[in-house]
Design a protein around this ligand. Structure first.
Ligand code: KG4
Ligand code: ZN
Length: 333
């Protein structure tokens, strides 16, 4: 069974092919970062137009790489939201047009479920149940994942997402969009403790989080600095920001693991590529005899492979009745 995955919720056009027996056959991502960088963030209209330009050539590219024809497809999985409306419409429209022409079903996937299930492409992959930390440009959530499709929200950010805080901090430090990797690299040159920043809600009795106050603290530190362009100051401030974020996320996931009596943590979303967060969570979990899983680095940020994987899992969990209804010509195995 062959599934095409399409992702176009923001500034990456992601396309992938997954086979139920052979796994991921091919995937390709076109990133629009260079285009949006000129404006300091994603321009929705430009994003939509670029998805239109890229999506068909990328589909042709992955089919060719996998040695497949479009007629070999059994289903199309596509990001249905959340994301930029115009950008999502491109993927969804292409998915429906292609599915109509080929007489195959379309499976709508929640973007964050895609991020979460990208972990199934890691080797070794996690097994259910587990606690999930979802950290991206739009989300910061802690979930209890009992099994596929059974997701319980335990904690959420009350304001900014952690990726957004990285991007705004990068801007304040005079760095380009997207800021996560740049802040992380600059933090490596800084000294922990040289600048003190708050750890919002770290001791709150629940699993909710907040990052807007931290962003304001970075702004205040920049405004009060004698020389905000000084390299040591910038590196120390980046380090202080990363340390604060990592402290809060580590404290909250440890609390969630204890509360739910779980032994496995799964991290997902663009910020799961962050080196300091990865190192800290590995340390915290190892210390407690717990395990932590991350997606392969290339599949942390938006991509089509995570959507194709989520689509395949959805089909695997369908009832026989639903399979017969949706898949007239399905060939399993
Ligand atoms: O998951 P993603 O590609 O898109 C959304 O669903 O939002 O995440 C993008 C976010 C951006 O805010 C970006 O700055 C952040 O992930 N990010 C990172 C790193 N790589 C990407 N943040 C910290 N460290 C990184 N290495
Ligand atoms: Zn994403």
């Amino acid at each position: 069974m062959l599934i095409l995955g399409l992702e176009s919720s923001c500034d990456e056009t992601g396309v992938a092919l997954i086979d139920n027996e052979k796994g991921l056959l091919a995937h390709a991502v076109h990133t629009q970062i260079d285009m949006h960088r000129l404006y300091g963030g994603v321009v929705p209209e430009l994003a939509s137009r670029d998805h239109i330009r890229r999506v068909i050539p990328l589909i042709e590219q992955v089919l060719e790489e996998a040695g497949k024809k479009k007629e070999d497809l059994d289903a199309i999985a596509v990001t249905q939201g959340p994301g930029l409306a115009g950008a999502l419409l491109v993927g969804v429209s292409v998915a429906h047009a292609l599915a109509f022409a080929l007489d195959i079903p379309v499976i709508g996937i929640h973007h964050m479920e895609g991020h979460l299930l990208a972990n199934l492409l890691a080797d070794p992959a996690p097994t259910f149940p587990f606690i999930a930390l979802l950290v991206s440009g739009g989300h910061t959530q802690i979930m209890k994942v009992n099994c596929f499709g059974d997701y319980e929200l335990l904690g959420d950010t009350l304001d900014d997402a952690v990726g957004e805080a990285f991007d705004k901090t990068a801007q304040l430090l005079g760095m380009c969009y997207p800021g996560g990797p740049a802040v992380s690299a600059l933090a490596e040159k800084g000294t922990s403790g040289a600048i003190d920043l708050p750890r919002p809600m770290i001791h709150s009795p629940n699993l909710d989080m907040s990052f807007s106050g931290l962003k304001t603290a970075v702004l205040t530190a920049v405004k009060n600095a004698e020389n905000p362009d000084d390299e040591t100051f910038r590196a120390n401030l980046a380090r202080a920001f990363v340390d604060a974020v990592v402290d809060v996320l580590a404290a909250k996931v440890v609390k969630a693991m204890k509360q739910e009596k779980m032994k496995t943590l799964v991290v997902a979303g663009g910020v799961s590529a962050n080196k300091q967060l990865r190192n800290r969570l590995v340390y915290e979990m190892r210390k407690r005899g717990m395990q932590v899983f991350f997606p392969p680095i290339k599949l942390c940020t938006d991509n089509g492979a995570m959507i194709a994987t989520a689509g395949l899992e959805r089909i695997k969990h369908m009832s026989d009745e639903d399979i017969n209804r949706h898949f007239k010509n399905l060939k399993f195995g």
